[in-house]
Ligand binder design. Structure first.
Ligand code: APR
Ligand code: ZN
Length: 381
């Protein structure tokens, strides 16, 4: 029996308060209004940004809320006026949607749409209402996507169609973590062959940056992490060396400058701490190094730098979602994974049933995983 046009009752992981575990609840998901799409979610990665929101590090977050922004699923129904998408299409909801009409979307080098909810965290559809509720009480959405639920509703601009043969428990990572790390290396820094790179933080984002450095042909890829249990996987994915700052007698940037004969060509910060960002900048070559910030710090933190670090010739860049134009580029990344240009499966250290979401967050907080993916529905092949 078709569910189109009807309220769907389904399970969702609802966050009610900062720093409190998720509660799996039965919620109501209203049908999509005009220019909206309702999606059955199959898989969702657990990203540090979700924990950031839950931990109080993001301004504007309102409860109750359904977090999760790194998912993949199948369209259940579409609202009036939606022509590009149809029920049955396999899709990735976009945490960084693009209207493709505003100055940012039209700019060749930008992907940060002015209709994006990132940073604002209004937590509602474009029409300023929500399709999620529990016992009549409104539940907010997150980053235009909300994927910790069996069904979500997104604005049509926050969705991209992908190949039906793609494994959703892998390509969900394209929705955020993989693209963020990999894209900053390829699109923002534009790493050249035979160059030296240093990647601070070897979580899901940092490992994706390492994959990007390898694909770009870098000859020296140094991974830096305070958790040495990450080093084995990092080397498998492309790191030529790994360093634990806690084992060093000198500041880590001095160690990296020595290891690279003067400073790395490219640096990437994938931790989200301003002191690590400062170390990363100083680890790059003073005259031509390219320093790239990927990690998201607490919204009240401020990066303090000596301007001379830049005046000598370094460049400092930031990127969101690896500068990928998600609606245009994601289908290509899905293909790249399918033809083996990189292996997203190597990043998925844990696959967990939906109800184990709190365990998944603990694994991430304890540094015991690269990426955990929640299996919310079984994909039939
Ligand atoms: N120096 C080096 N590495 C560090 C340090 C430090 N001072 N502190 C933490 N780390 C390492 C952790 O040990 C971990 O391996 O950084 C890694 C972070 O990985 P995850 O927790 O898996 O986070 P991830 O999802 O990769 O996100 C990293 O990017 O999108 C943002 O909000 C996200 O800011 C976060 C960052
Ligand atoms: Zn736009």
């Amino acid at each position: 029996m078709s569910t189109a046009g009807k309220v769907i009752k389904c399970r969702a992981a609802v966050a009610y308060e900062f720093k409190k575990p998720f509660v799996i609840e039965e919620i109501d998901v209203a049908p999509p209004k005009a220019n909206e799409i309702r999606i059955k979610i199959y898989a969702s990665g657990i990203c540090h940004t979700d924990d950031h929101a839950l931990g109080g590090g993001m301004a504007g977050i309102q409860f109750p809320i359904i977090l999760g922004h790194e998912g993949a699923g199948i369209i259940e129904s579409v609202g009036e006026g939606v022509r590009k998408f149809h029920p049955g299409d396999h899709v990735i909801p976009l945490c960084s949607p693009m209207c493709l009409k505003c100055p940012s979307c039209l700019h060749e080098d930008s992907n940060f749409c002015e209709k994006n909810d990132v940073g604002k965290n209004v937590g509602l559809m474009l029409d300023k209402t929500s399709r999620f509720s529990i016992k009549g009480k409104l539940i907010h959405n997150f980053m235009s996507s909300s994927t910790f639920t069996e069904f979500t509703v997104v604005d049509a601009f926050a969705c991209v169609k992908i190949d039906k043969a793609a494994p959703m428990d892998q390509v969900c990572l394209i929705g955020c973590g993989f693209s963020t790390g990999y894209g900053t290396v390829l699109n923002t820094a534009k790493v050249k062959p035979n160059s030296s790179c240093v990647v601070f933080g070897l979580g899901g984002i940092g490992m994706s940056a390492v994959i990007g450095c390898k694909v770009s042909g870098a000859s020296k890829i140094i991974g830096v992490d305070i958790n040495p249990s990450k080093f084995c996987k990092a080397k498998e994915l492309g790191c030529t060396e790994c360093v634990n700052p806690n084992d060093c007698t000198k500041p880590i940037h001095e160690v990296i400058v020595e290891m690279t004969n003067g400073g790395a060509d490219y640096g990437f910060e994938c931790v989200g701490k301003v002191d690590v960002m400062a170390s990363m900048i100083q680890s790059t070559h003073y005259a031509y190094g390219s320093a790239n910030i990927i990690g998201v710090p607490n919204s009240t933190d401020r990066l303090c730098i000596d301007v001379m670090w830049l005046l000598t010739g370094r460049s400092l860049n930031g990127a969101f979602l690896g500068d990928f134009k998600a609606p245009l580029d994601f289908p290509c990344l899905v293909q790249d994974n399918m033809v083996g240009k990189f292996d997203l499966g190597a990043l998925v250290a844990h696959k967990l049933p939906f109800e184990k979401i709190n365990e998944g967050f603990d694994l991430m907080r304890e540094g015991k995983t690269i990426r955990s993916v929640l299996i919310i529905a079984q994909q039939k092949h």
